[in-house]
Design a protein. Sequence first.
Length: 243
Amino acid sequence: MEGASVDNPQESSEQRRTGSASWWRLPRLILIGDGFTDSECADRIVEAVEASCGYASVEACEPNLWVHLRDRTASAGLFRECAARLAGRLRNASPSILLSVNGRPEVADALQCGYHAGVRDAPPGFLCGPRQPCGRSVHNPEEARNAMARGAQYLFFSPVFNPQGKPGYAGAGIDALRDFVQCIEGRVPVYALGGVIPDRVGPCLDAGSYGVAVLSGIMMADHPGEAASAYLSALRAYFETTL
């Protein structure tokens, strides 16, 4: 299933990087809603989504924000219950929102969401598609090749910079991101993750990433809605000057 999201294998890597033609117009910004089973965290995610709904579209890519629901410590029952409740709230706030569930393929399937896996997580047990994209987190080209061979339709590359939530954890750097994207050769979209603040959005896109994935930059902000808007502003500014 490698490269399944690309209809025309002859399409240039630049077209693929900019999301033209064959990719599904995936959102450029991903919010990793870590710890969403906590009610305060859930409210912060909703605030970010509501702010993104009122924000001008980023280069005609709708919706603006893609939300991933993650909580590695929650029990299966709590995860399932809270995911269903929050998915309902988010879909009420933004009917076209794209949602994914991290590490729990059975919940993703039940909620008709996308599925995201860590390197050691199980692959999905359902057919991936435009409303149920499947991806993986990777740290090097070898992991990326394995992920694509197992059907990954997009990748997270991390950590690019020092993650805000992990003091002392060194990032690979922008050059490593560029080298990684070149190894992928435009087969699937790559999202830069780890220490990405709004000022670093442009350099990540210049290095070839399709978009950015953010956790602390929004979830730990004083005002999650304003933080989400800051990332969307950075994305829009980039595409206004490059497309």
